[in-house]
Design a protein around this ligand. Structure first.
Ligand SMILES: C[S@@+](CC[C@H](N)C(=O)[O-])C[C@H]1O[C@@H](n2cnc3c(N)ncnc32)[C@H](O)[C@@H]1O
Length: 249
């Protein structure tokens, strides 16, 4: 169960009723959560056809919809609105599918929302301050480097503060927010390094791939258990904007 989204159910204020729900950047975890909500129907969006196929197998849509589309397309869902919109780690992955579109993406999400918008993101890591964080940092750097070598754009997470400022600029300051410390263990290290090694199979330069495999081997040995950074959950009631605190004149 998605521990961050689950938190919405215990916080106030929150939606009185769920109505039409949009999972604007869907995946196994958010759709598992959304598909259990007492909503009238859900729509889930991904930019990735192969991801959509996998999800359709696990969550047969029935009266609901699982759509492949890109928020950069101005006509995509342009005439629809939803009571609740979930953007679960969507902003961070946007650069892969719609480079430099994060600001307009927020505008699009506000445009299709007539009730509550919930945004989940990962705060970009600050520089490491201990050996475990250094190991996690090195893994992330290698992961992104391999993505670039494969001509793909890596994820680009955005700071909570940046997202909050954009929302306020659009006239929708957050109603409430939460932070969740991120704990990493050796299983996480193994999963990440294994995923990097998988990607190395696609590298045309086999010599470079071999060299980077050695780096993977070293990273796998390091102990990276510890706390690093946080995830955030932002709640915005689009129907009833929160008051913005303005300094007195
Ligand atoms: C990292 S995944 C989100 C995690 C997901 N909520 C889960 O539960 O695993 C990002 C999702 O957002 C989608 N996405 C990213 N940028 C997009 C865009 N510009 N338009 C539509 N979908 C996008 C991706 O295709 C993917 O389905």
């Amino acid at each position: 169960m998605d521990k961050v989204l689950e938190h919405i159910l215990s916080r106030s204020p929150r939606p009185q009723s769920w109505g039409r729900v949009l999972d604007a950047g869907t995946g196994e975890s958010s759709l598992a959560w959304v598909s259990r909500l007492p909503c009238s129907d859900w729509t889930a969006v991904t930019a990735d056809e192969s991801r959509a196929q996998g999800l359709r197998g696990r969550f047969p849509p029935g009266k609901n919809r699982l759509l492949v589309g890109n928020w950069q397309d101005p006509q995509f869902l342009e005439r629809e609105t939803f009571d609740v919109v979930i953007a679960d780690y969507l902003l961070g992955s946007c650069d892969r599918y719609a480079p430099h579109f994060q600001e307009q993406l927020l505008e699009r999400l506000l445009g299709v929302c007539r009730g509550w918008l919930f945004i989940v993101g990962q705060e970009p890591w600050s520089r490491p301050t201990n050996p475990a964080q250094r190991c996690l940092w090195n893994i992330a750097q290698l992961r992104d480097a391999v993505q670039l070598l494969l001509d793909r754009r890596p994820h680009r997470e955005l700071p909570q503060d940046w997202v909050e400022r954009q929302l306020a600029r659009y006239g929708h300051p957050v109603n409430w927010s939460e932070r969740f410390e991120n704990h990493y263990d050796q299983d996480y290290v193994l999963r990440e390094v294994n995923a990097i090694e998988e990607n190395l199979h696609e590298l045309a330069d086999k010599g470079l791939a071999q060299l980077l495999r050695r780096r993977c081997h070293t990273l796998r040995q390091a102990n990276a258990a510890g706390v690093y950074g946080w995830d955030y959950l932002l709640a915005v009631n689009v129907a009833q904007p929160a008051a913005i605190d303005r300094p007195p004149h």
